[in-house]
Design a protein around this ligand. Sequence first.
Ligand SMILES: C[S@@+](CC[C@H](N)C(=O)[O-])C[C@H]1O[C@@H](n2cnc3c(N)ncnc32)[C@H](O)[C@@H]1O
Length: 236
Amino acid sequence: MASTQGPEVPANLKARLEATYDAIAVTYNKVFADENDPFRGKYTSQMLHFLQQNAPEKASVLELGCGAGVPGTRMLLESKSPEIHVIGNDFSSGQIDLAHQRLGKYEEAGRLEFKKGDMMSLEFPRESFDAAVGFYSIIHLPRDEQTELVNRVVKWLKPGGLLLANFDQKEFNNKVNSKWLDHEKGWAYWSGWGEEGSAKMVEEAGLNILVKEVSRCETDATFVWIIARKPWMGDR
Ligand SMILES: C[S@@+](CC[C@H](N)C(=O)[O-])C[C@H]1O[C@@H](n2cnc3c(N)ncnc32)[C@H](O)[C@@H]1O
């Protein structure tokens, strides 16, 4: 496998990854958008359970790197209690086009909107969301950006708000695969603070961890899944 590890963040990282996902969107979703994916489903159910404890009738959820919207975004939108409004962010038009096709009915119902672009360029007022999720997406950011993003997410969450995300279990600084999924245009990049480092990042950003579990994915990577809650007012 054409894979390298090194200290340098590749030049034009975001543009290259965006082009990759535009090119591989159909392939990626054939391989990974498993309707019955056990991990997205399991941890989304757990996150929804915690969200129900906050008892909102309606909830607003930010999804970072939502991809083609199945199964992750759809699971959120299928929640009846609370009814969820999703803002789905992704920088790949290829992925978002597929998401429009699959989840158009939720857009028409005013329960789904997309914000296309680098998740690091997102801006929201403080306390905008009941939850933020990132399935297999924050792992594509350089590590310092992962830390910065989690800190921003904490500001965007309401008190008691939840973060659900997975991070690479292994600690490594910049990994590139030039033909991920054996695709000619499958140039890809990941980084990670590892199991303990990712938990530390989340806690240092001010969240309390409710779930931290290592689950081996259908790929060759193993991830730590974290659900964490922003303290209620005066809770810290
Ligand atoms: C591995 S896919 C996961 C997609 C979806 N969340 C899922 O569970 O199938 C990663 C997604 O994150 C998006 N992505 C990666 N880096 C991003 C960034 N910096 N800003 C926005 N989207 C990004 C990619 O375009 C891709 O759709």
